[in-house]
Design a protein around this ligand. Structure first.
Ligand code: NAG
Ligand code: NAG
Ligand code: NAG
Ligand code: NAG
Length: 203
């Protein structure tokens, strides 16, 4: 099942571990108030939407997490007001704050931009798009990888050979077509990072 792991060389694993530690550290910084007022304002504006949807989610009884998805290629995933999916290297970018909701058992979840209110969807041909209305194309399966990253594959569509198609951001931070993605590529690997707002909620 994890045959692809065997192909990994030790240095790759070590560098991934190193990256992981870096991400943890940057995650901690994100949670501290190490920000300019402008950055804080941007985040506060995001949280308006967030609170609104959280009430709704509470009614639904679903498990909801607010996270940023940081890719193995070192981009934060964003969904803008036009439904475009892209990457940013600015950790305070409002469009990178995502609401990850469990849809059903087996790690099936839906990912929505808090600011834009667009869901990430993948269609049959593997194109990633934002959708205002939730449907089955917005369901992704969260896979925990052994390198501390997660991968998110379409729960509805696979490649013609039956293999999974993943959410992925290229080295340049551009979304990849699902057909071009592979579980072992760093472009398909993400670390869900807690945002400031989430920390507040926990307190
Ligand atoms: C936050 O929202 C207020 C009111 O809608 C707006 O005036 C302000 O420019 C926004 N700030 C940012 C950083 O988006
Ligand atoms: C996506 O992000 C890249 C790099 O930040 C940027 O150059 C590009 O204009 C963005 N594309 C869209 C559609 O927002
Ligand atoms: C998937 O989305 C792309 C971009 O909107 C579109 O060109 C393509 O026809 C869609 N494919 C299917 C099967 O809906
Ligand atoms: C998009 C991407 O990063 N593709 C790479 C996935 O991994 C294979 C082999 O490890 C590379 O050849 C691809 O370039």
């Amino acid at each position: 099942m994890h045959k692809w792991m065997l192909k990994w060389k030790l240095p790759t694993l070590l560098s991934k571990l190193y990256l992981h530690i870096m991400f943890l550290l940057s995650g901690m910084c994100l949670a501290c108030s190490d920000r300019t007022p402008e950055q804080l304002a941007a985040i506060m504006n995001c949280s308006k939407h967030e609170r609104h949807t959280r009430n709704y989610d509470y009614m639904e009884g679903g498990d909801v997490r607010v996270r940023q998805l940081f890719s193995g290629t070192q981009w934060f995933l964003t969904i803008d007001d036009y439904g475009n999916i892209n990457g940013t290297q600015d950790p305070t970018n409002c469009y990178s704050i995502l609401e990850i909701r469990t849809v059903s058992e087996g790690g099936i979840l839906a990912i929505k931009g808090v600011k834009s209110q667009y869901y990430i969807s993948m269609n049959k041909t593997g194109v990633l798009q934002g959708k205002k209305t939730y449907n089955e194309n917005c369901n992704f399966k969260e896979v925990f990888l052994e390198n501390y990253f997660n991968a998110y594959s379409s729960a509805k569509w696979t490649k013609q050979n039956g293999k999974e198609m993943f959410i992925a951001l290229s080295q340049k931070g551009r979304p990849l077509k699902g057909r071009k993605t592979r579980k072992e590529n760093t472009s398909s690997h993400f670390i869900p990072m807690k945002c400031r707002e989430e920390d507040k909620r926990v307190e």
